[in-house]
Design a protein around this ligand. Structure first.
Ligand SMILES: NC(=O)c1ccc[n+]([C@@H]2O[C@H](COP(=O)([O-])OP(=O)(O)OC[C@H]3O[C@@H](n4cnc5c(N)ncnc54)[C@H](O)[C@@H]3O)[C@@H](O)[C@H]2O)c1
Ligand SMILES: CC(C)[C@H](C(=O)O)[C@@H](O)C(=O)O
Ligand SMILES: [Mg+2]
Length: 368
């Protein structure tokens, strides 16, 4: 298979985890005889410094031509005081909107060897396996007006949705539930927000198209509590842009680290931008110690959802499980015993497991 991948390393640990993603993609291509080509483009703070804008036209154009995109992270203290249009985060919001990537899938799955890495009790965290389907191109992040007023004496942000924007993400939630445990929790703030009332109405309207899925509605504050007290009561959560942002960072606690959560930002076809849930981690950037697993698990999502390479995706996921089972972990994971390794070493170990497991699979296929 021949595919072209655009890499958007960005800022902070972004370039470190994107380099890890490319090494793993190269290993996969070699093992399976695929031809993946790569092109690295500027986004975020790096793009502001080099080109005076967080999203150069050339980056958008390259992304439109790509078969898939891998993004590291954007942002950092260097640009924190910049005016809104020169914030690194604008680049990320811009590319999501330009490419119409309205469905952000954030799977949250615990790994056996990380049960003790979570500050939560083992019996709470055990068997956590949920998916947050976050609306990504609307809501509070994009509504207009969004501005300072009256010489800075007041300010406004706007939470706006068209019914059709709600319907398409809610349907994604139902579809995801259909191929999982067939339960959908729609999370909103319908006791206060008009947008959430419409959100609930839409869920109620479309649910008859998915008779095999059970649905409930939950207010976001209660959902935040339930997520860390009874996570196994969730299967798929579908929610508004900002609620999904906050709930997904919270849900990372179930896995032991924010460095473990992958994500896929999709539109209606199979095209996607794949990015870890975490940010640019300025506190550890440049030290080579970032956990690359969120990004590598995002690469697995890329292979599965955009390239339909299920075996290759599974190989990465089992390599991650194997590495953790053998006690290898980066510094962010508070695991007793085992061995603390850096980003490059973790990448190497994942590649070793991919190669070893792929050889075993080929031998088994020979005898099948
Ligand atoms: N998708 C993105 O590009 C994205 C996402 C979130 C935040 N940000 C931006 O990143 C910057 C920093 O934000 P923040 O500090 O609030 O959040 P962050 O996610 O960057 O970091 C939060 C904490 O988690 C740790 N962490 C995150 N990823 C890690 C990894 N892979 N390995 C080890 N530890 C990891 C960090 O060291 C830090 O202590 C801000 O500018 C923010 O806007 C970008
Ligand atoms: C950097 C920021 C704009 C972004 C978001 O809120 O979408 C990030 O927190 C994320 O979760 O991808
Ligand atoms: Mg976030």
């Amino acid at each position: 298979m021949k595919k072209h991948i655009v890499l958007l390393p960005g800022d902070g640990i972004g370039p470190e985890v994107t380099a890890s993603a490319q090494r793993v993609l190269e290993a996969i291509a070699e093992e399976f005889d695929h031809t993946f080509t790569y092109e690295s483009k500027a986004i975020g703070g790096y793009a502001i410094d080099e080109y005076g804008t967080p999203l150069p036209d050339d980056t958008t154009a390259a992304c439109k031509q790509a078969d898939a995109i891998v993004l590291g992270a954007v942002g950092g203290p260097k640009w924190d005081q910049n005016p809104s249009h020169l914030r690194p985060e604008r680049g990320l919001l811009g590319i999501r909107k330009e490419l119409n990537l309205f469905a952000n899938l954030r799977p949250v799955q615990g790994f056996d060897n990380l049960l003790h890495a979570s500050p939560l009790k083992r019996e709470v965290v055990q068997d956590s396996d949920l998916l947050i389907v976050r609306e990504l191109t609307g809501g509070l992040y994009f509504g207009q007006p969004s501005e300072r007023r009256n010489d800075g004496a007041s300010v406004v942000d706007t939470l706006a949705y068209d019914r059709s924007e709600i319907e398409r993400i809610v349907r994604k939630g139902f579809e995801a539930a259909q191929v999982r445990k067939k339960h959908l929790t729609s999370v909103d703030k319908a006791n206060v927000l008009e947008s959430s009332k419409m959100w609930r109405e839409v869920v109620e309207e479309v649910k008859s198209d998915y008779p095999d899925v059970t649905v409930d509605h939950m207010l976001v504050d209660a959902a935040a509590m339930r997520l860390i007290t009874n996570p196994t009561s969730f299967d798929v959560i579908v929610t508004e842009n900002m609620f999904g942002d906050i709930l997904s960072d919270e849900a990372s606690v179930l896995t032991g680290s924010l460095g473990m959560l992958p994500s896929a930002s999709m539109r209606e076809d199979d095209f996607g931008l794949y990015e870890p849930v975490h940010g640019s981690a300025p506190d550890i950037a440049g030290q080579g110690i970032a956990n690359p697993l969120a990004t590598l698990l995002s690469v697995a999502l890329l292979l599965r959802h955009s390239f339909h390479l299920e075996n290759e995706a599974k190989l990465i996921e089992s390599a991650v499980a194997d590495a953790l089972d053998q006690g290898y972990h980066t510094r962010d994971l508070h695991v007793k015993g085992g061995q603390v390794i850096n980003t490059e070493q973790m990448t190497g170990i994942i590649i070793d497991f991919i190669r070893a497991n792929s050889a075993t699979t080929s031998i088994m296929n020979c005898y099948a």
